[in-house]
Design a protein around this ligand. Structure first.
Ligand code: FES
Length: 90
C-alpha cells in the first residue's frame, strides 16, 4: 500500500509530506518542520484548527469529526485514506 500523504496549505504555500502511522496531523507537520500554527497541543485553544479540503481524519478513538474544521492536534489521518489536504486560511 502506498504511504498516505498530507498536504498543508499555510500562508499561500503548500507542503506535502508522508503521514506517520499513529501521529497526529499536527505532530506530522512539526516533525517535517512545517510552520503549522499551534499552542496548547491538548485540544483546548483551537489555534491549530484547519479546514479539511480532501480526505478523512479521525480522533484518538476512531471517531470522525462532526465539522470540516478540525483541531489538528487531536486528529490523525484515517487509516486507508490516501491523501489529506488541509487549508489553514479558511
Ligand atoms: S493546539 Fe490547542 S487545540 Fe490544538
Amino acid at each position: 500500500m502506498k504511504p498516505a500523504r498530507i498536504e498543508y496549505r499555510i500562508a499561500g504555500k503548500s507542503y506535502e509530506v508522508i503521514a506517520g502511522e499513529h501521529e497526529t496531523v499536527l505532530d506530522c507537520a512539526l516533525r517535517n518542520s512545517i510552520p503549522a500554527p499551534y499552542s496548547c497541543m491538548e485540544g483546548v485553544c483551537s489555534s491549530c484548527t484547519a479546514l479539511v479540503l480532501e480526505g478523512e481524519v479521525e480522533d484518538f478513538v476512531g471517531h470522525a469529526p462532526i465539522e470540516a474544521r478540525v483541531q489538528t492536534c487531536q486528529m490523525r489521518i484515517k487509516p486507508g485514506c490516501p491523501k489529506l489536504i488541509l487549508d489553514y486560511e479558511r
